[in-house]
Design a protein around this ligand. Structure first.
Ligand SMILES: [Zn+2]
Length: 125
């Protein structure tokens, strides 16, 4: 009896099923409350087209509102207008959030706002 090619069974590592909300907190815990719902609605109305696609000359409907400075490192900027960007899903999926955090920590990512008089913190380039 000869050994034919052995069939290897691929075992994927056991996956720990932990709810996202257990690790990161619920959306409410992270500041996504009724104020956020309101602000993102206003932002989508103000910028109904994906801002990144628009820069590339494409007209794509806004599908979500993105935070330029991630809210896990600056939760106080969750409602800050200058920190918001209207995006489509595909542009948002292309964003590397770890890179954004790194850029922010190293001072390469700053907000530019023309609403300095509104009392919110405003960072200038
Ligand atoms: Zn887009």
């Amino acid at each position: 009896m000869t050994d034919g090619p052995r069939k290897m069974k691929r075992h994927s590592p056991p996956r720990l099923r932990v709810k996202d909300s257990v690790i990161r907190g619920t959306r409410q815990d992270r500041g996504y409350d009724q104020h956020w719902e309101r602000v993102q609605k206003v932002k989508k109305k103000a910028n109904p087209l994906c801002e990144q696609c628009l820069e590339a000359g494409k007209l794509v409907q806004t599908q979500m509102v993105h935070h330029l400075i991630p809210t896990d490192i600056r939760p106080d900027l969750i409602l800050e207008w200058a920190n918001l960007q209207s995006l489509c899903w595909s542009c948002h999926a292309a964003i590397n959030h770890d890179e954004l955090r790194k850029d922010y920590r190293e001072g390469r990512l700053k907000l530019i706002s023309n609403t300095a008089e509104n009392g919110h913190e405003t960072l200038y380039n």
